[in-house]
Write a protein of this length. Sequence first.
Length: 146
Amino acid sequence: MFTLYSRSEKYAIIALAYLANVNTSEYQKVKNVAESCKIPIQYLSKLVHGLQQSNLVTTYRGPTGGIKLSKDPSEIKLIDIVNSITDKQNESIFCLMGKGRCKDRDDCVLHDIWLGIRNEIHNKIELKTLSQIMDIIPIKYKLNNL
């Protein structure tokens, strides 16, 4: 099986999908989000920083603190979630043949084919918003299968 996005990017999508399905006006404890989404809390805590820097979530410290979406799910594009997590200098483009990260040079027999498929998928998710995937896939399915 191949992977288009890293575990971090998948976890970020799952966490934001969870936040979109709960009361979006209230802060959710990171611990509760992590437990509900089956994401290690330390992992999610690190992801929250990138999500906050990209203005996808708002954080609040203190006993009533936590995280919440900073805008409506219809305004959050999946590509923005991915880009908030992706290291711009080392994008998460994985080789279909398992050779680590895909490089621009053609060092894999499937490079050209995979590049085309990957770009098609990437172009499609540029148009999708968090609310659109919520309408297509119920949260329970996403949490179990992403």
